[in-house]
Design a protein around this ligand. Sequence first.
Ligand code: TIU
Length: 223
Amino acid sequence: PTAPLTVSARPYEYTFDPATTALVLIDMQRDFLEPGGFGESLGNDVSQLRSTIEPLAAVLAAARAVGLTVIHTREGHLPDLSDLPPAKLNRGGATLKIGDGGPKGRILIRGEYGQDIIDELAPAEGEPVIDKPGKGAFYATEFGDVLKARGITSLVVTGVTTEVCVHTTVREANDRGYECLVLSDCVGSYFPEFQRVALEMIAAQGGIFGWVASSEQFLDALA
Ligand code: TIU
């Protein structure tokens, strides 16, 4: 066992054992961060998410350097759409729907270029990549089994978008008994006001869903 580390965080300091902690990168995919994908098809300005890339790349490098478990997720569907509920397909009346052909391949379909993780944060050999059909990382995936097999009890959560897939995953994780630290500048939203409030919602009420710290505070703890 390694010595526990402590991060300055809201609502109070977060203590974690690197041996039982995973860095989780949620859905840092071209479909959400680059033009011509799912995020843009929903009417969003995808440039809003790009500020997360640089701090997250630094956190990823530091996590790898100390040997923290690193797990990536990707939202996406099977090519035959058999895992896509009509409710999700038809929502919103977008011109480009899930499964349609876009400039970077079929929108949000597993195996397509646009559905994969951006080059800056590409998974390294051996890092699990969890493909998920929903917003939460636990629903209809092997994520929970991967965490159990590795003895992980604490999650450092990053990725996009803060109020959708990050929140859903943090809520799912809480109900399963995991501690969650969310890195404020490594999560991003298309809506600045949602970003602020979503982070407040995690740390409020004594940390109802977990803790919030900046990447700098997390890197200080690892150093
Ligand atoms: N639309 C939006 O904000 N997010 C998603 O659809 N998926 C994720 O957050 N990954």
